[in-house]
Design a protein around this ligand. Structure first.
Ligand code: NAD
Length: 429
């Protein structure tokens, strides 16, 4: 078993209470690492270190220097892409094929913000009063608390970390308790790139303990969070008490709309990757399929033909199409929603159960599942399942399609399949 500790002030830090929790491979269902279980004390130590690093060094570092470090980090991410990808596969069951694309994009992200670090421009604001000169200038916040979900740990972290560092902020990071290891391994690259100690710190632990301690810490100036709506709401309320800046990336129930004039084969490929990539555990997963009635039969035949051939199994194999669900609670939640769909009267035309293949017994595998005869009031059309479950709804007119698409509590993403560019732009705007 591997043992992972917090990363504070440029080195490992043991958990104050000596506690660890186990992390599990969702495909093999074997425990493979112990991770430090942080508490409010650990968070306090990390925030103090990050505050000192902000005040004494990082906020005074030249933007070009910060940019160079980020570009160096991008090179190291490129060098270690395979290794980083494999750790995430082991921790959350994401496909190694998907990780290949994601780690490549990660490097680009750090490179982009490395280039932007010395181009943060303010503005001169015109004034009609003589002798008055108005200008704006961007300044770093200070210490930013970064809390991430388990579905794409390094990607979600990089979205927050790269711009924050470029702008001169320091960070205290709490990865998901289900997938902390890749963030900790990533800290080796942070060190190697040459970031000063204390600029980037990681405290692992549970949301209600370590996460909440970050959100409530008086020296955290801003929270950057990715996770569920439920946790987002709690964090928003807590941050409001400290009048902290908050950036929340939450859930979705995104529609994929297929019109009768679409290239149906391309639409099938898009709908399938939209819901079955990462086993549906993507915030922008196209979990509602809206199909025009006139092509419904033809389109569903094509869709089922391709979806039923998906190779389900070992995420470490490059030709696997659908891997496991990442965590036991999520696995149970997805199966519950499949039961809800059946009891609501939707028709399950593909999957609808645990997947039992040749792989290890007990792996968190769910069959790729497609429901038809859904309506937009059903729970499987309204609530985020975050698993490989597609809810299909038909429509007749363009207005109807966009009205169903927009009738959701979420507003994260959407796909439009048509050959009419005007219709696509109308729908998007
Ligand atoms: P989650 O809300 O359970 O946990 C996310 C993180 O928040 C974890 O690190 C957790 O420990 C922490 N946390 C939980 N409660 C907390 C609290 N009270 N205070 C502070 N921290 C707390 O979410 P999850 O199950 O890990 O992730 C799945 C969710 O993330 C889905 O809803 C998905 O749509 C969403 N997501 C959104 C995006 C996006 O960009 N919009 C991207 C990926 C995932």
């Amino acid at each position: 078993m591997k043992k992972y500790n917090h990363f504070v002030n440029g080195k490992e830090m043991l958990p104050n209470n000596g506690e660890y929790f186990e992390t599990e491979n969702p495909y093999t269902c074997t425990k493979w690492a112990d991770v430090a279980k942080g508490n409010a004390h650990d968070v306090d130590v990390a925030v103090n270190v990050a505050k000192e690093a902000f005040e004494k060094s990082w906020s005074n570092t030249k933007p070009t220097e910060r940019g160079k470090l980020l570009v160096k980090l991008a090179e190291l991410v490129e060098r270690d892409a395979q290794k980083l990808g494999e750790i995430e596969v082991q921790d959350n069951g994401k496909l190694i094929a998907e990780m290949g694309a994601q780690t490549k994009y990660l490097a680009e992200w750090y490179r982009y913000f490395g280039g932007l670090a010395d181009k943060v421009e303010g503005a001169v604001l015109p004034s009609d009063k003589p002798g008055i000169f108005n200008f704006t200038k961007y300044e770093p916040f200070g210490v930013i608390g970064m809390i991430t979900a388990w579905n794409s740990p390094l990607l979600l972290l990089s979205w927050k970390l790269a711009p924050a560092l470029a702008a001169g902020n320091t960070a205290v990071i709490k990865p998901s308790e289900f997938t902390s290891s890749s963030t900790l391994v990533f800290m080796n690259l942070i060190k190697e790139a040459g970031f000063p100690p204390g600029v980037i710190n990681v405290v692992c632990g549970l949301g209600k303990e370590a996460g909440s301690a970050i959100v409530n810490h008086p020296d955290i100036a801003k929270i950057a969070f990715t996770g569920s709506d439920q946790s987002g709401q709690i964090i928003y309320e807590a941050a409001a008490k400290g009048i902290k800046h908050v950036c929340l990336e939450l859930g979705g129930k995104s529609p994929n709309i297929v019109f009768e004039d679409a290239d149906l084969d391309a639409a099938v490929a898009g709908v399938i990757s939209g819901i079955f990539a990462a086993s549906g555990q993507t915030c922008i997963a196209g979990s509602r399929l809206l199909v025009q009635s006139s092509i419904y039969k033809k389109f569903m035949t094509k869709l089922l033909d391709v979806a039923s051939k998906a190779k389900v199994g070992n995420p470490m194999l490059p030709d696997t199409n659908v891997g496991p669900v990442a965590t036991k609670p999520q696995f149970e939640k997805v199966l519950d929603y499949i039961d809800i769909g059946k009891s609501e009267g939707a028709k399950c035309v593909l999957g609808g159960d645990v997947f039992k293949g040749d792989g290890p017994q007990g792996g968190l595998m769910v069959q790729p599942t497609i429901f038809t005869e859904c309506n937009n009031n059903m729970r499987i059309a309204r609530e985020e399942i975050f698993g490989p479950v597609l809810s299909t709804i038909t429509f007749d007119t363009e207005d109807q399609a966009f009205s169903i698409a927009n009738d959701t509590a979420f507003g994260l993403g959407a796909g439009i399949w048509t050959n009419d560019i005007g219709k696509a732009h109308d729908g998007a705007s």
